[in-house]
Write a protein that binds this ligand. Structure first.
Ligand SMILES: Cc1cc2nc3c(=O)[nH]c(=O)nc-3n(C[C@H](O)[C@H](O)[C@H](O)COP(=O)(O)OP(=O)(O)OC[C@H]3O[C@@H](n4cnc5c(N)ncnc54)[C@H](O)[C@@H]3O)c2cc1C
Ligand SMILES: *[C@@H]1O[C@H](CO)[C@@H](O)[C@H](O)[C@H]1NC(C)=O
Ligand SMILES: *[C@@H]1O[C@H](CO)[C@@H](O)[C@H](O)[C@H]1NC(C)=O
Ligand SMILES: *[C@@H]1O[C@H](CO)[C@@H](O)[C@H](O)[C@H]1NC(C)=O
Ligand SMILES: *[C@@H]1O[C@H](CO)[C@@H](O)[C@H](O)[C@H]1NC(C)=O
Length: 501
């Protein structure tokens, strides 16, 4: 039987509301697509921010953004800890002077840059081999705040005597890598939208660095074994809790994070996420842990452990998937990846100089780094704040939880201790493999696959920015190919029927 156009539209008018109300989709949803973001760290909040910026006059311009965070606060691995009333960064702490997104966020939202305090900036570094300091700089006596640390290290005669011109070659390797990374800030006209980490890294010339270990790469650029096994090892152990067998790229990023001009956000880096979320018209669901993501017809259904369910046209995973329990339907497959756990322990008290074979605590360097030796029970110890010559706050990084007996050996006085166990960053390997940005050929995205390149606050923002562009470009393409009103109605009818099955 032939139906006239009028009959069809009449039928649709009659049918649609009932079908649509069964499926729970309101008519507005067709023009207000829903983007759901799982995770409120700097990655997820950057996606929200850049989506708002890039989606004007696109199919996503009037989208609703829902963000889910399993914890009661935003920021993820950006989080402060309070020790005796003073706050310190417990996770992501230092930003590089060329972390341009972070710098933009701070300016845009009127946050305040915090430069390292004299004690943090002190170039008094000691390298502990388990029995003695194989190397110690003399920084403690002359404190010039805010000087370039690498430069100050290089000016250190002792450092130069020990490591020689290898130090310069290390500097230039790091500078070259940073320069390549700066391509990710190029204008939208010259910078493509990347649909894979491999493509993104190849375009900037960084991909090859993920294929070799840092140790191999540094030997290729002729760094001395001594420098690699001592100073470089100290730095990778502090920044990634791992040895020089991490990839060359993670290693270069780690070395860049030991240079000068480093900064953080006054009051806590987590405020970057808070501000991004607050200024991006996001509906934030705190204490809402997503346990499943199901692709049903034309949309995703997210279910939380609270028993709530949400309908999303686009779903963005902004957390590492390695240690969370999210069920995907249909199932997704990504390369297996393990996270390196870093235990950050904060102690108010006083180090025991006897542990280091010293008579006076003032002989122990402000930053104690360590060599790669399974017998050394900690990665680093640093002074965060000096209240007096006998009363300080320290941060200790260990790969296993710091036991009370270890802390009792290390400290002669301990009035307060705070332990935090972080699933901190990937365990880096070379050659590195990457999970896809697009997990399912539809609209399920994964920001944190980029962490296999390097895990920092800025790299999460860079990945989030590209992700926003990718979502906008792919959502538009899909929409345009099905832009007739009739097809759109069919889509909602289909989804309505599916949800009844
Ligand atoms: C000890 C330590 C030191 C570091 N030092 C530095 C540094 O000095 N400089 C630097 O740049 N970087 C540093 N980093 C790395 C940096 O902190 C991270 O790379 C960055 O913060 C990651 O941000 P993200 O948004 O990608 O992930 P995250 O911050 O991990 O955000 C993911 C969020 O998702 C939430 N979530 C997870 N599963 C679910 C679920 N099922 N439902 C809802 N929510 C969920 C989590 O609770 C979390 O809030 C450090 C990290 C650690 C741990
Ligand atoms: C997007 O960000 C750029 C750079 O900050 C800004 O110039 C532009 O006005 C923003 N556009 C929108 C639509 O927010
Ligand atoms: C920015 O912050 C300063 C102090 O932190 C404050 O005095 C000023 O009013 C703020 N400006 C805006 C635009 O919020
Ligand atoms: C990366 O390695 C490939 C193959 O070895 C080589 O052809 C290419 O020139 C290298 N790229 C860079 C940027 O070094
Ligand atoms: C978010 O914005 C609202 C109003 O604009 C304000 O009341 C609230 O304090 C802000 N929250 C944060 C974390 O900045």
């Amino acid at each position: 039987m032939n139906l006239s156009p009028i009959t069809i539209s009449l039928l649709l008018t009659l049918l649609s509301p009932s079908l649509l109300s069964i499926s729970g989709v309101s008519v507005e949803d067709e023009s207000h697509p829903t983007v759901c973001i799982i995770g409120s760290g700097i990655g997820g909040s950057s996606v929200a921010h850049f989506l708002r910026n890039y989606s004007t006059s696109t199919a996503l311009s009037r989208s609703r953004i829902l963000m889910f965070e399993r914890h009661e606060r935003v920021g993820g691995r950006m989080r402060t800890v309070t020790v005796s009333g003073d706050t310190f960064e417990a996770g992501g702490s230092i930003l590089h002077p060329k972390n341009y997104h972070a710098r933009d966020f701070v300016e845009r939202f009127n946050l305040t840059v915090r430069l390292p305090s004299a004690i943090e900036e002190s170039s008094a570094v000691g390298i502990w081999d388990g029995k003695r300091f194989v190397f110690k700089t003399f920084g403690a006596s002359v404190k010039i705040p805010f000087v370039d640390k690498i430069v100050s290290w290089m000016n250190d005669v002792y450092l130069f005597v020990r490591y020689g011109f290898s130090l310069l070659r290390m500097s230039s390797f790091v500078e070259n890598t940073v320069d390549n990374f700066l391509k990710y800030y190029e204008s939208l006209e010259t910078r493509p939208v990347f649909d894979s980490v491999e493509g993104m890294l190849k375009w900037s010339g960084l991909y090859n660095l993920t294929k070799v270990t840092l140790e191999e790469k540094l030997s290729e650029v002729q760094l001395s074994t001594l420098l690699v096994n001592e100073l470089v090892t100290v730095i990778t152990r502090i920044n990634y809790g791992q040895s020089v067998l991490i990839s060359g790229l993670a290693g270069a990023v780690s070395l860049a994070g030991s240079g000068g001009g480093l900064w953080s956000v006054e009051g806590g880096n987590w405020q970057m996420a808070a501000k991004l979320i607050n200024h991006s018209d996001v509906t934030l669901h705190l204490n809402e842990e997503i346990k499943s993501v199901s692709h049903i017809g034309s949309y995703y259904e997210l279910k939380s452990t609270k028993g709530n369910s949400f309908k999303c046209d686009v779903t963005v995973v902004s957390t590492p998937l390695d240690e969370v329990d999210i069920q995907f339907s249909p199932a997704i497959t990504i390369p297996k990846r393990e996270l390196q756990h870093t235990h950050a322990t904060f102690v108010r008290g006083l180090l025991n100089p006897g542990y280091f074979g010293m008579k006076s605590v003032s002989d122990v360097p402000a930053l104690v780094g360590t060599l790669e030796d399974p017998l050394i029970p900690f990665s680093s110890i640093s002074i965060l704040r000096k209240y007096s010559a006998t009363d300080m706050t320290y941060k200790i990084f260990t790969r296993q939880a710091a036991s009370d007996s270890l802390l009792d050996e290390l400290f002669s006085v301990r009035t307060e201790t705070v332990w935090i166990d972080w699933g901190a960053y990937p365990k880096y390997h070379a050659p590195e493999v990457f999970a896809p940005f697009i997990l399912d050929d539809h609209h399920l995205y994964y920001v944190n696959t980029f962490e296999n390149a390097a895990s920092t606050m800025e790299t999460s923002a860079v990945s989030g920015e590209n992700m926003a562009r990718l979502i906008v470009s792919r959502f538009r393409t899909t929409k345009e190919s099905s832009s007739s009103p009739y097809l759109d109605t069919t889509r909602s009818c289909n989804s309505g029927l599916h949800s009844n099955v």
